[in-house]
Design a protein around this ligand. Sequence first.
Ligand SMILES: *[C@@H]1O[C@H](CO)[C@@H](O)[C@H](O)[C@H]1NC(C)=O
Ligand SMILES: *[C@@H]1O[C@H](CO)[C@@H](O)[C@H](O)[C@H]1NC(C)=O
Length: 284
Amino acid sequence: MRINPSVALLHICAATALAAFPPAQNVTWKSANFKTVLTWGPAPTADYSYTVEFSQVGQDQKRNPHCIKTSQTQCDLSSSMSDLTACYTAYVVSEPPEGVPAEPMEYPFTRAPKFCPDQDTVILSPSFKLEVAPDQSTTTVHITDPLTAAFKDGQQLTIRDVFGEELEYKVTYWRNKSTGKKKATSRSNLLELKGLDRGQSYCFQLQALVRSREPHSQLGELSQTQCTPQRDPSLLDQYSVVVIAGAVLLPLLLVAGLIAVIVICCRRKKKQQRTEKAQAQNVL
Ligand SMILES: *[C@@H]1O[C@H](CO)[C@@H](O)[C@H](O)[C@H]1NC(C)=O
Ligand SMILES: *[C@@H]1O[C@H](CO)[C@@H](O)[C@H](O)[C@H]1NC(C)=O
């Protein structure tokens, strides 16, 4: 059998191209709070570079080039994903470096997995403050919505701007040094907990919760732990002594005052009556 020399040459060319332009490996999206970076490897030699071709699923197939002829192994595509509810695809193409003309051929490329920001981005942990009421009856969790890398009309959006009513916060709390954990969720940025043991230190961890997302991505990143301070029980007793004393003494003082007023009034009246009588007798 004879091999067609031109076909053989083509194969050799393709093989050389593949060797000269190794396709990108491990093409992965890294995305948190809508900051979305496509990453891959390996770092290229001086003989080739990468270009990312990016498009929105369902829109025209025109691939929009980003990070053109770069020697980097990542490309920040956050600002190109203006529609957060859409899905996107990307290809990392291995091609000649800057200044070297491209051949009319298809260079090796690797396709990235489909990426849908509002489903796939990781929601980073919120920051929060704990406030214990002076009488220790209520512990309030004040939550701050995390900022995102997304903008609308020049305004940086928070997680709540993006998810709106669907955003909840899951609060996990436990008595310090105890293992039993309790959970609560809040639809607002304020959560009031009543009935915690007074004077005890409680610890809290928070994370965002969006129930409309896929089960594996509903919960956001878990925050660091914060604890309320332990109160000295004797201080607490002193506090309650003051409160109880006030509660008992105040009505007593009021009653005593009232009695004093009545007594003084009566005395004055009697005195007056007596003087009037005396005057009357004098007149007679
Ligand atoms: C791709 O990932 C595999 C497994 O994690 C790793 O062994 C390999 O070195 C990676 N390749 C590149 C080019 O980063
Ligand atoms: C709570 O417990 C941790 C260790 O589990 C400790 O470091 C922390 O100081 C405690 N907080 C209070 C307020 O007691």
